[in-house]
Ligand binder design. Structure first.
Ligand code: 4AD
Ligand code: MG
Length: 461
């Protein structure tokens, strides 16, 4: 059997050959004596045209197949370089693998993304979602390729943890439902004051703390895995389950990881444009006009860099009527972030050195005692794509911070030991993978870039 991808990529080599392929019927039309099928086999964004006629013994059965039926086709490859489609297959045999039904929900018409979310098990068969999820796969591969080419070690950080890395309390609790599985005491009794792990645990909000431990052994590491947040923000950019890429680099200061982040984003843009040209053209035509210009601009431009303090000044004198207040000490909202990267810089921009009060406990305190060595990368259309920082490597400063915030000190003894035993400057960041896919495709809702989205009130499929 051949794949449709090969027919498109190596067209010349199939001239005058017999081919055998299988796939699903995207469209079918027929007259009394002949018909056409658009067949898609999943290997490629485009379909191939199958011509069939009443010389097939099962012509009548084929002609009445509902769309989405699966078939196996044998036929002659006909080169048609002048035509809109550069080739077609003249069928000699069509075998039915699985018929569909006339009530198939994806009839040939435009469906809203909202509707398609209600049939998340079928939506990868549409053009849009076929393109989104292939680009997602290619971008994931590009990430691994980028970090591996740079010699980074891929670390699998735990999903179940006892720590709240971001300190925002947005965790999903993990409990064992089966009390028989609880640890037993000396008398063989279960102690139901303790849960399965002997302590409270939750789904991880970030792999960072584990990554730091490995960075102090391997120097350059990254994680790439699912993370979970019980934020009740029902926005188009927040999901309860999302994937994060978190590089962590020993002996690196903040500007070093900003350079790394810029290089990484450009690498993935370049790789996706090169590996998925059909999908990217589709997004450019049907999802976001100007997408390719936007990505090419990001690929070639030097990303902007501005401090939080300067950014507040820019926002204050913008004359914009923001819904949320702009004041030194307050966090930037999406509208502020988008104004900065879309109106002021018109390209991705790093904002650095945020007030310590609005950032996480592990960020390195700057000399001014007011700000921390943090950075967010803001990109047009999205706002925050990356959050990162230089980590507090001074044991006493970190210990004092943990105490000051009233965090559970026992949970962080091992994290403090990383500072005690050969601690060094180190820095890292986290990139929200779904937000990157939105940025690459122009899709505007996070629910439409993850196969089976989990958001408040929704864990169907
Ligand atoms: O800025 P955040 O919270 O940073 C961290 O978790 C750090 N521990 C990362 C690090 O330094 N290693 O999250 C990082 C990124 C955000 O910039 C955003 O892109 C994404 O993760 N993100 C979400 N994406 C989808 N849904 C959510 N609920 C998200 N929360 C954060
Ligand atoms: Mg953040």
């Amino acid at each position: 059997q051949v794949l449709i991808k090969d027919l498109y990529r190596n067209t010349e080599s199939f001239i005058d050959k017999k081919v055998e392929l299988s796939g699903w019927i995207r469209t079918i039309r027929d007259s009394k004596t002949f018909g056409f099928i658009e067949l898609n086999d999943g290997s490629f964004f485009k379909s191939v045209q199958i011509v069939f006629d009443d010389k097939l013994e099962n012509y009548k059965d084929i002609a009445k197949l509902p769309i989405s039926s699966s078939v196996k086709v044998e036929g002659d490859f006909i080169h048609t370089p002048q035509a809109k489609q550069p080739f077609e297959i003249k069928a000699t045999v069509i075998a039915i693998e699985g018929t569909s039904n006339v009530d198939y929900p994806l009839q040939k018409k435009r469906h809203t993304f909202e509707y398609l979310r209600t049939i998340a098990h079928l939506r990868p068969r549409t053009n849009t979602f076929s393109a989104v999820f292939r680009v997602r796969s290619i971008a994931a591969y590009a990430m691994h390729k980028f970090f591996n080419e740079k010699g980074f070690v891929y670390v699998h950080s735990p999903i179940i943890t006892g720590s709240d890395t971001e300190g925002a309390g947005e965790m999903f609790r993990v409990t064992s439902l089966d009390l028989n599985k609880l640890p037993k005491n000396e008398e063989g009794k279960t102690d139901d004051t303790k849960d399965f792990f002997g302590k409270e645990t939750n789904l991880t909000v970030s792999g960072q703390l584990s990554a730091e431990s490995f960075a102090l052994a391997f120097r350059n590491v990254y994680t790439f895995g699912p993370t979970f947040r019980a934020e009740n923000s029902n926005t188009a950019r927040h999901a309860a389950e999302f994937w994060m890429i978190e590089p962590e680099v020993a002996f690196a200061e903040l500007p070093d990881i900003m350079d790394l982040a810029e290089e990484m984003v450009k690498y993935v843009i370049g790789y996706v444009l090169e590996q998925a040209p059909e999908e990217m053209d589709f997004f450019n035509s049907f999802v976001e006009k100007g997408l390719l210009d936007r990505l090419n601009n990001a690929y070639t431009a030097d990303f902007g860099r501005v401090t939080y303090t300067e950014a507040i000044e820019l926002l204050k004198k913008s004359g914009e009527n923001f819904a949320y207040p702009v004041e030194w000490g307050l966090d930037l909202q999406t509208e502020h972030e988008r104004y900065l990267c879309e109106k002021v810089y018109q390209k991705p921009v790093f904002v650095t050195d945020y007030p310590k009060e609005i950032k996480a406990f592990y960020m390195r305190l700057n000399e001014d005692d007011k700000t921390v060595a943090a950075t967010d990368l803001l990109v047009p259309g999205i706002g925050e794509l990356i959050g990162g920082s230089q980590r507090e490597e001074r044991e006493e400063v970190l210990a004092a911070k943990i105490k000051e915030l009233g965090m559970n000190e026992e949970d962080y003894w091992w994290y403090l030991e990383l500072r005690k035993y050969g601690g060094t400057k180190h820095s890292g960041y986290g990139l929200g993978f779904e937000r990157l896919i939105m940025y690459l495709t122009g899709m505007t809702n996070i629910r439409d870039v993850i196969p089976f989205p989990r958001t408040p009130g929704n864990a169907d499929f």
